[in-house]
Write a protein that binds this ligand. Structure first.
Ligand SMILES: [Zn+2]
Ligand SMILES: [Zn+2]
Length: 506
């Protein structure tokens, strides 16, 4: 990714309404305005389209091309300013795929960039719809007094039951087919693979499930993966943590560093990149890194990070693929239940809070640090979830697989089926089941008020995370206290590994 990249996201119902207006049965071009809110990631600025402002009688003219009266623009700009939103101008072209701009297109957008910025304080966004439902988009950024320059977006994502991303091939070229991906591409074709591989995926939680998902993504040809986790590899992780070895625990390495380094070796995409963020998703830096992604995997079990992910799914229009494992064992009966599930939270689907995938009442308790206070935990009943951490590799493997299948379905939409609903497996007695397709509760803020509000939601979900800070400080201290011999041996082993890989590849 360059220093700063640009993108637009559209939730399913708005995407459908816009395309119903813009793609005409008579094949003529049409236009309209919409409002948008900003979503600022670490490196990416995204405009989240919010509501349509459709033309009223006489406000626009369709004549092969389309044009609009000044009063339509003024009405739209006033409407956007009243909502504290930005303004977007959208029109359609009769061809497929990412669209370039005609001289008339450039003139129309450039001429209104200053007035839009003046009225709303935000840059004018231009979008073009192709006749195959592809989108293309640009920001008109103010670069000097009364000077506005076009910044092409690299992607536009439409987040409905299908996650449909249109890529700007000149900024993110389609992958070059390689022998190592032949079997994968033969399963769904090069065009679908080109869409899939370029989707930027974030994995929140580099533990047992997250590490298997990372491996699966790297093998499947995904080009960009962001790993977000503040934790350190410990010896007690080694029965479940793919790619982690005793030396990683002894060297007190960060989980994201261990995983990031190893999936680079597994990756089949040329130019594979992985971002390793040693932060929690609830910390500002982790949160902003997540906003650079097109889809997120939730591999965390605490209520605060889960609530933040739920918030991101609806407020910032980044679908969250979530899963969970619950093992029930007792001294008398041994293992008597192990259940895991996978589902997606995002516009048009039930949120994690309504689906009771975390308890909102516990979020503030966690934010206040009680779940990391041994005295508080000691007072909790033995079956409290914070004390429950039974898990085995096979259960994680199955959960990771379910979550990967949810992603593939949402992006590839085989036979038009993109939403599999929630899926659940009961290890005892060996039953697969699909809970019904319930939607959010009637007054759920995530699927109404907060939808596509981005940074303008008025809510701050991040904060200082004492346990994450302590964990990083402890890691630095332990690494500094290791004898020099340990560092030397580690360095030598790394060099030998690198050399072995190099020779192996010759
Ligand atoms: Zn045009
Ligand atoms: Zn909800």
């Amino acid at each position: 990714m360059t220093d700063s990249s640009f993108s637009v996201a559209i939730r399913g119902e708005i995407d459908d309404a816009l395309l119903a207006h813009l793609i005409r049965a008579d094949h003529q071009e049409d236009l309209c305005f919409a409002t948008w809110y900003p979503s600022n990631g670490h490196q990416r600025k995204t405009a989240l389209l919010h509501e349509l402002i459709l033309p009223q009688s006489g406000e626009r003219h369709v004549h092969g091309n389309a044009s609009f009266e000044a009063r339509y623009f003024e009405r739209a700009a006033v409407e956007a300013a009243k909502l504290g939103a930005g303004l977007a101008l959208l029109h359609s072209h009769p061809g497929p795929g990412w669209q370039d701009m005609s001289a008339d297109d450039i003139r129309a957008e450039q001429e209104h960039a200053a007035a839009a910025k003046g009225a709303t304080g935000l840059p004018l966004i231009g979008l073009t719809a192709g006749n195959d439902r592809s989108w293309s988009a640009r920001f008109w950024e103010k670069t000097a007094p009364s000077k506005y320059e076009r910044r092409w977006c690299s992607t536009v994502r439409a987040v409905g039951s299908q996650l449909r991303v249109t890529f700007n091939d000149s900024l993110i070229p389609p992958p070059v087919a390689s022998e190592s991906l032949r079997r994968t591409i033969s399963a769904w074709g090069a065009a679908k693979q080109a869409n899939l591989a370029r989707i930027r995926v974030g994995i929140v939680g580099a533990g047992s499930v997250g590490s298997i998902i990372a491996e699966a993504l790297a093998r499947t040809g995904f080009e960009h993966i962001t790993l977000i986790d503040f934790d350190t590899v410990e010896e007690l992780n080694l029965d479940r943590l793919l790619h982690a070895y005793p030396r990683d625990a002894r060297m007190a390495r960060a989980k994201v560093q261990v995983l990031g380094k190893t999936i680079k070796r597994s990756a089949t995409a040329s130019g594979f990149t992985v971002e390793m963020i040693e932060r929690s998703i609830v910390e500002e830096e982790g949160f902003r890194a997540a906003l650079d992604c097109d889809v997120l995997f939730s591999c965390v079990d605490r209520p605060w990070p889960r609530s933040v992910l739920n918030y991101i799914a609806y407020t910032h229009l980044i679908p969250v693929i979530d899963g969970g494992i619950l093992v029930t064992a007792s001294n008398t009966k041994g293992l008597h239940a192990a259940d895991w599930r996978a589902h997606i939270a995002g516009p048009g689907r039930r949120c994690l809070e309504c689906g009771e995938q975390y308890d909102p009442g516990l979020v503030s308790i966690e934010r206040d640090g009680y779940f990391d206070d041994p005295r508080y935990i000691e007072g909790l009943p033995d079956d409290h979830f914070i004390k429950r951490n039974e898990n085995v590799f096979a259960f994680s493997m199955s959960t990771a697989s379910f979550e990967m299948l949810q992603l593939l379905m949402m992006v590839l939409a085989p036979l038009g089926v993109a939403d599999a609903g929630a899926q659940m497996y009961h290890f005892v007695p060996g039953l697969f089941d699909r809970p019904n397709f319930d939607l959010c509760k009637p007054r759920c803020p995530f699927s109404s008020l907060l939808l596509s509000r981005g940074d303008s939601s008025g809510i701050t979900v991040t904060g200082a995370h004492a346990a994450a800070e302590r964990c990083r400080a402890d890691r630095s201290r332990r690494q500094a206290e290791l004898p020099w011999r340990a560092h030397l041996i580690d360095w030598l082993q790394e060099k030998l590994n690198a050399l072995a890989v190099h020779w192996g590849e010759l």
